[in-house]
Write a protein that binds this ligand. Sequence first.
Ligand code: CA
Length: 228
Amino acid sequence: MTRVLVVEDDPQLLRAFTINLKARTYEVDAAPDGATALRLAAARPPDAVLLDLGLPDIDGLDVIKGLRGWGQVPILVVSARRAEAEKIEALDSGADDYITKPFSMEELLARLRVALRHRAAGPVAGAGARVVRTKDFTVDMVAKKATRGDRDVRLTPTEWHLLEVLLRNPGRLVPQRELLQEVWSPAHSDHTNYLRVYMAQLRRKLEADPSHPRYLITEPGMGYRFEE
Ligand code: CA
């Protein structure tokens, strides 16, 4: 049984989440505020957390930090807040993904499944042999070989590194800062222009229609996502 902790102060939304999750056989703990959320998480460790940032007592960002104090439970932030800075702060505080209201319940459940898969796979997922195949390209991360149709695609070491980080995290929104730190260095974490340039190159080499990417998706102002 997969337990999901839902933290939401809007009673109607909390009820909607609970009904939809239970219908899909998740076990649900419902918290109307941050203090209850942290108490419930300590008493019954959840497998995933859906978290509203705007809570009546503690700020949602502090709930993320509180949850991160104990472990690596996937946290999916669900919020009406639109300010980019806040989304980025949520991701930097340790949230795994972010979904902005209004959204469809199906989209939310899909993101939740990705977060749970990611956790089940563990931090070393994809560290070993791995070949990623899409309809348009194939990437063999062990042989360091990429092909599009029957043609080899030549990638620079930096392009490889960036592509590998994204492919190792299918479906997950990887924050800009995480990509910059991993592929370049912590000193480069503000150089988001690098990402724009290198992502454009990767799309040109791998996507069938680089101006309408299907696999290497931009989440504006936040990060990038590899959609399988
Ligand atoms: Ca709220």
